[in-house]
Ligand binder design. Structure first.
Ligand SMILES: N[C@@H](CCC(=O)N[C@@H](CSS)C(=O)NCC(=O)O)C(=O)O
Ligand code: FE2
Length: 216
């Protein structure tokens, strides 16, 4: 199995759950270079042998494996399809579950910060672009089957899961036309993430910047 967008502070909790469930962790995956927390992928690799970290090639970050649009990350009888969803950052991808002929319904999409539940990622740093995000969501996410479950990286409104259908009906930003969307994104007036200056450099090296500088 794999963990998507693990956080350094919850690695012990997550690994304990993996153990309790009797699962074998093989991949620690990021949807993008996060700005608000340090990824747990590097730390997980120090605790569980054989785990490989994955991020998009377009992120320019370090990892064991780099994925590109259309790639499939295989595990057991299943796989995650990689879809390019830039706009929140240039290297954002969405991972969508799939498998062979007996596809269990519904699919799941791990959208990172591209599509949030009733929201979306900001587009004002890390190569962000509201035009690109609008195109990414409409062409790569809203084209998935309507019952696809959406698991984003944040649940600022207190939800943990949504569906394509729900977001196409009720997302207050992405249901608008492109011009209105761009205007909404230009006027978010969000505060600069508290951890960005620590998190981005650390996440460019799998979250292990401290370990790398201590061993240097
Ligand atoms: N206050 C938080 C940061 C909040 C924030 O900027 N969140 C990002 C996703 S993490 S890069 C975002 O895209 N938010 C969109 C929105 O509409 O809120 C902190 O200081 O960490
Ligand atoms: Fe982000």
């Amino acid at each position: 199995m794999q963990l998507v967008d693990p956080v350094d502070k919850t690695v012990d909790r997550d690994l304990s759950l993996v153990k309790d469930l009797g699962l074998k962790l093989i991949y620690a995956i990021n949807t993008h270079v996060h700005a608000d927390h340090v990824t747990g992928t590097g730390l997980i690799k120090t605790k569980v042998s054989g785990v490989r970290s994955i991020i998009s090639k377009a992120s320019n970050a370090k990892a064991d494996l780099f994925v590109e649009p259309g790639d499939k990350i295989c595990f057991g009888d299943l796989f995650l399809e990689v879809r390019a969803t830039p706009g929140h950052t240039l290297g954002c991808v969405t991972y969508v579950t799939g498998d062979g002929p007996d596809q269990p319904q519904p699919r799941m999409a791990f959208t990172g910060d591209a599509l949030l539940i009733r929201g979306c990622g900001r587009t004002d740093f890390q190569g962000g672009s509201s035009e690109l995000l609008y195109k990414s969501v409409h062409s790569q996410i809203f084209t998935l089957p309507k019952d696809t479950l959406i698991y984003p990286a944040h649940d600022y409104k207190g939800f943990t899961v949504s569906t394509i259908q729900e977001e196409m009906l009720y997302n207050p930003r992405l249901t608008k036309d492109e011009e209105k969307f761009k205007s909404i994104m230009e006027n978010l007036n969000l505060a600069y993430p508290k951890m960005i200056d620590v998190a981005v450099p650390a996440n460019m090296v799998c979250g292990l910047q401290d370990l790398a500088s201590k061993s240097a």
